[in-house]
Design a protein around this ligand. Sequence first.
Ligand code: 6PG
Length: 250
Amino acid sequence: MTAHKQIIVFPTVEKLAEYFYQLLRSKIPDISKNMFFNVALSGGSTPKMIFKYLSAHSEGEIDWKKIKLFWSDERCVAPDDEESNFRMTSMNLIENIDIPVENIFRIYGENDPENEAIRYSSVLQENVGLSNGLPRFDMLLLGLGEDGHTASIFPGNHSLFQSSNYCQAVKHPESGQSRITLTGPVINNAELVVFMVIGAGKAEIVAKLLNNDHKSELPASFVRPANGNSLWLLDDEAAKLLDTSLIKKV
Ligand code: 6PG
């Protein structure tokens, strides 16, 4: 199956969130009994608005008992630290939906990073179906940094796309903060990768990545799901420098 990339641009974040909600909602009925829809969530600030929308609209519409939540990356901080991606997700989504606690697989940011990378790799091995010998997420959310990083794969560290590990401990190049990130092979093994990028601040990096067919050396340009699909959900602001022939307007 050839990989497929689609770029959809929305006039507002609310419309983007609504599209994502309908996309997620459409996936759940096909999940057979005793199976789950495995989602890896991205961190940072962009998902907040999407999660708030899901919190406000998914009651009775999405059977969260059929969904397992994992993370694409996590900051190595306590789960109640304001930097924690888990805390952000809890406040904006988990506390507002009827999802069983056993369906939530957070990365233990409070643990020793190297040990946690090993532990979380085992969690993925045991809880996410394998395909091509790697965990295969049904849906994997990613954000995009202004430097072209995604998950916690930063510029100069794209060797993580050749890693033999499922996840690794890394350091933020500026702050030195330890992070746990999924590696490139796991990201590219996903059935569907969904980038969500909003705001004028991301317009330049979005154009740099998507206007040029040749592969830049930026980490996000290495995201090419081998047997899956990638979907870029952008608001008008983030898409304003994009080649209009590339996009589907909503
Ligand atoms: C993180 C994310 C990171 C994020 C981008 C975009 O833990 O910070 O995984 O990759 O998605 O940096 O962040 P914003 O959504 O805050 O712009």
